[in-house]
Design a protein around this ligand. Structure first.
Ligand SMILES: [Zn+2]
Length: 497
């Protein structure tokens, strides 16, 4: 049920929008986050009714394809609208600030499609939450946005997951979005990690208590930018869960110690930490501070893993404190080499040497280097596993990554640079991008991993992944053959997925 604008004036009824806002205002004051937000929320009470209507209409009007990021923005917007209009789902201050950031984004991206009064509504809500205050003293809108973002400290703490999901997560068709619906996007990474680490006994391996693990993983989760269409904490959680699935469906029985599994899942947790939503090549070309810091070499990967260890130095966050010196050294070495292996410039050499080892029959699971090579391959397969999932899951992630690509392309165009391959939304080549990714990156890697599992892991199989890959590729072939606008597609066409 969505409360009407009149109702939002507040009649004291349980669950009304007014009560919801009053609750939030109290919470803000209790937490002493920022009194501007408290005042802003108070003002927002007056605008929530019209906020809802204009947003709902604006979003309903957005087409499914042919505009950048629409599928992603649309689902995020729907969530925020529901939040703003359903008091029972009100979580916290961060949720509301996020709604406002989203409004701003929608306004910017879709200004041509919104009526003047809708734009005015958006301004009003934005201002009432303190955006205008942040823009004082000559700060530009960007400064204001940063100001709001810095107030916006979403809770990223873990929530409980149902019993039985631990086994379900080993299925290769497990849909991470199910966890997102259960705990919310901001809690997905910490919830998944605590649940799995607890369930597999990895907390004991680390000798870490839950409190320390929780505060570390919460900080890691908070580092993932919620605004990135793809490289956000949902992707990180997806890679953690997929890694666990591949581990359980391959070498888990052969692991000499749980230390290796722990290293793998810790690496998966941090493997895209604070990703800026831009590629290494872009950071290098624009002389980004990270490219300068890491000498243009595995820029992001070095940054992700180094940051994860920096967080461990914060109070109450050292998840590796319980390890002995030798174990710590091994764990750190493993985590670093695993995250660095996700750099796609290493892809062909990693796959090549893995293939030679598997086909040559030289793979010895008692050897530490060979087990380490398998762990690398597991993290890499999980990281690029989207096309090996059932088509609805594949479609979701494809639209997300394309949204992020086009955002980079837009920025490149603004800077007068040549758009990177597949990132120019004005000259999209979605099918070529996806088929190339499947043929050159995903298929050779999964083929070798499948061969390995079948030759070295009796009774285990990941064949389903290759089958899904073939099926997803067939969809693109069908689109190409039967869809007139195939060559101009920016996102996956609904009618084929
Ligand atoms: Zn990744």
């Amino acid at each position: 049920m969505l409360p009407s604008a009149e109702k939002s004036e507040g009649d004291g009824e349980e669950g009304s929008v007014s009560n919801w806002f009053n609750g939030i205002v109290d919470k803000v004051q209790d937490l002493e986050i920022h009194d501007k937000i408290g005042n802003g929320m108070d003002n927002m009470k007056r605008t929530v009714g019209s906020f809802h209507n204009s947003m709902r209409d604006a979003v309903a009007d957005l087409p499914d394809v042919s505009m950048p990021s629409v599928p992603v923005v649309k689902s995020a917007a729907e969530r925020q609208i529901n939040l703003a209009c359903d008091p029972s789902s009100a979580g916290d201050m961060g949720d509301s600030a996020r709604a406002v950031l989203l409004l701003e984004k929608i306004k910017e991206k879709f200004k041509d499609r919104l009526e003047a009064d809708e734009l005015a509504e958006i301004d009003l809500v934005w201002e009432s939450l303190g955006g205008k205050a942040g823009a004082e003293d000559g700060q530009e809108a960007d400064g204001a946005r940063k100001s709001i973002t810095s107030w916006y400290m979403p809770p990223c703490g873990p929530r409980d997951l149902p019993e039985g999901w631990l086994e379900e997560m080993d299925r290769l068709d497990f849909d991470l979005r199910k966890v997102v619906s259960h705990v919310g996007e901001q809690s997905v990474l910490s919830s998944v990690c605590l649940y799995i680490f607890r369930g597999l006994g990895y907390l004991e391996v680390l000798g870490a208590d839950e409190e320390v693990f929780t505060s570390w993983v919460e900080k890691v989760a908070r580092g993932y930018a919620p605004d990135n269409p793809y490289h956000n904490q949902v992707h990180a959680a997806d890679v953690v869960v997929t890694c666990k699935g591949f581990l359980m469906n391959s070498i888990i029985d052969d692991l000499e110690s749980k230390l290796e599994g722990t290293a793998l899942l810790l690496a998966a947790t941090v493997h895209d930490y604070a990703h800026p939503g831009r590629t290494n090549n872009y950071l290098i070309a624009t002389k980004h501070e990270l490219a300068i810091r890491y000498n243009d070499t595995a820029v992001l990967e070095s940054f992700h893993v180094s940051s994860a260890f920096t967080i461990m130095q914060e109070p109450n966050c050292d998840v590796l404190k319980g390890l002995g010196v030798a174990e710590y050294t091994t764990m750190r070495k493993r985590m670093i080499e695993l995250v660095l292996a996700t750099d796609l410039t290493q892809h062909f050499s990693t796959v090549g040497s893995f293939k030679a080892a598997v086909e040559g029959g030289a793979m010895d699971m008692k050897k530490i280097e060979d087990r380490s090579a398998v762990l690398k391959v597991i993290l890499k397969t999980a990281d690029v596993s989207n096309p090996t999932k059932p088509r609805q899951i594949y479609k979701y992630w494809t639209n997300a990554i394309m949204g992020e690509f086009y955002a980079q392309g837009d920025e490149e165009r603004e800077r007068g640079m040549k758009c990177s391959p597949f990132m120019d939304k004005l000259e999209p080549s979605l099918i070529k991008c996806q088929m190339g990714f499947m043929d050159f990156i995903v298929a050779p890697l999964f083929q070798q991993f499948t061969n390995f599992v079948e030759s070295k892991c009796p009774g285990k199989s990941i064949r389903e992944a290759m089958e899904n890959l073939t099926a997803n590729k067939a969809i693109w072939q069908k689109v190409q053959a039967e869809y007139e606008g195939a060559s101009a597609l920016q996102f996956c066409p609904d009618s084929f997925f």
